[in-house]
Design a protein around this ligand. Structure first.
Ligand code: SAM
Length: 353
């Protein structure tokens, strides 16, 4: 663990490395309408039982416990969150909680054009759209579904509505889209969005992962500097996963180098699955069941005390541990497909990216 995060003037629940509990990813569904090769490469999946999915009321109640303990950033994710019916209603209810200072949404954009207005009207603060390629035929090969045009229409809808802070996330993979870094930055510039390249991660569900498909941060910077010249890092005090850079013409972009330069030291994120399992790390194989005590009638104080004590004991530094395995030459896929079928919570699409 190389660095401690700075306190931001509010009392926080800190873990064993002094990392505060500040941000929560709420996965609202484990279903997805794409089958991206880096996330859902299999033909069949085991889904979370529907009766276990948290209602909007339960999601908001649990979120309220987290915000009382210091969380002020919430991101809606999945699966594909827009598959959850009436998502704008959830946004509206969540925003009745004044402790939430930043409510963001990560989506693949497929259903965005038709829902963006409702999200805007509900008060959603920010949108991130996953966009790995500008080529329709490549989109189809990568996601194993149609819909590239709808994604671009979704992005346009968000731009037209005037959402601030639009981001476009692209998983950069060798041999898949590594020739599109410049094109994606140029597209982002045209629509007024910041592009962030994500290193391909060996998370649960990434059953096709291998190190040779990872385009590292350094390789991305080298390719981009061949086109743009000098690229400067932006120095900022932030727990955000992206390292940000600026091009000579002042266009900014980000890289999320989880695989080669893990940022566990500043990770303040917890992840709640759609059925109420709370994970302290993207790589964690065990979670804490919050649905059970909630449905069994535990008091707010009891659940908050559980959350507090679990976070205070947190030692997770999953990405750093993966990197250590690489250094001794034994890094491979995180979890075998048979185990994923037995426990779908281990999938990236269940716990949200
Ligand atoms: N469906 C939504 C979307 O596509 O943005 C939200 C869920 S998705 C799991 C969240 C993010 O995780 C996406 O940007 C996706 O590209 C990223 N992701 C999934 N698997 C990944 C992997 N193996 N390595 C890096 N990023 C991954």
């Amino acid at each position: 663990m190389s660095a401690m995060p700075l306190s931001r003037g509010m009392p926080h629940v800190n873990d064993t490395f002094g990392r505060p509990l500040r941000s929560l990813r709420l996965s609202v569904t484990d279903r997805c309408n794409l089958r991206c090769k880096y996330c859902m490469p299999e033909e069949e999946y085991t889904w979370l039982p529907r009766e276990n999915l948290l209602t909007f009321e339960e999601l908001c109640t649990l979120t309220g416990f987290f915000t009382e303990l210091g969380v002020d950033k919430v991101r809606l994710t999945g699966g594909e969150p827009l598959l959850r019916r009436n998502l704008s209603t959830l946004i509206r209810i969540l925003l009745q909680n004044p402790r939430i200072k930043d409510l963001a949404l990560t989506t693949n954009g497929l259903l965005l054009a038709e829902q963006a207005r409702a999200f805007y009207d509900a008060g959603l603060h920010r949108v991130t759209v996953s966009l790995d390629t500008l080529k329709p035929e490549r989109f189809k090969a990568l996601t194993r579904r149609d819909g590239h045009e709808q994604v671009l229409e979704g992005i346009q809808a968000v731009v037209r509505l005037g959402f601030k802070g639009l981001k476009l996330d692209a998983v950069a993979m060798r041999g898949h889209n590594d020739d599109e870094l410049v094109d994606l930055i140029e597209y982002g510039r045209r629509v007024g969005a910041e592009v962030r390249f994500i290193e391909y991660m060996d998370v649960g569900g990434a059953t096709d992962w291998s190190m040779d498909k990872v385009l590292s941060r350094d390789a991305m910077l080298e390719r981009l500097s061949q086109r743009y010249g000098r690229i400067e890092p932006i120095i900022e005090d932030s727990s955000a996963p992206a390292q940000r850079f600026v091009l000579p013409d002042s266009t900014t972009f980000g890289i999320i180098p989880s695989t080669t330069v893990p940022f566990c030291a500043t990770c303040d994120r917890g992840r709640l699955t759609a059925d109420g399992m709370w994970y302290l790390c993207l790589y964690a194989t065990e979670g804490i069941d919050l649905r059970r005590p909630l449905r069994a009638g535990a008091s707010a104080e009891e659940i908050k005390s559980l959350i507090r004590s679990v976070w205070q004991a947190r030692k997770d530094r999953g990405a750093e541990e993966r990197k250590e395995l690489e250094q001794i030459g034994v890094r491979g896929k995180l979890i075998e497909v048979e185990q994923l079928r037995e426990d779908p919570h281990l999938e990236m699409h269940a716990r949200g990216g």
